[in-house]
Design a protein around this ligand. Structure first.
Ligand SMILES: [Zn+2]
Length: 90
């Protein structure tokens, strides 16, 4: 394998790790006339896709670039709990 390809892999690997930060969008924090409490979490593109679908199917929004932008702006970093913390003690 050529050296530049190995180098590329290392760079791509770091990018992937950064992209693993989970995002969430909470319907309660969005302006809405319905009393919706749905929270969607996952990778950014997954949350955005699900949130757009949810806004269209459950809230009657039109799927527009504006809606996408508003939902993307509403995405927040999810606090990751370190493993071993918060587990029930027996
Ligand atoms: Zn909702």
């Amino acid at each position: 394998m050529p050296e530049w390809l190995l180098l590329n892999c290392a760079v791509l690997g770091r990018d992937t790790a950064v992209a693993e930060i989970r995002k969430y969008v909470d319907c309660r924090e969005l302006p809405s006339e319905s009393d919706c409490s749905l929270k969607i979490s996952g990778r950014e593109h997954e949350v955005l896709a699900a949130a757009v679908h949810h806004a269209v199917s459950s809230h009657g929004h039109a799927e527009t670039p504006e809606l996408r932008a508003a939902l993307r702006a509403a995405l927040k970093d999810e606090q990751t709990v370190p493993s071993g913390v918060g587990e029930p003690t027996r």
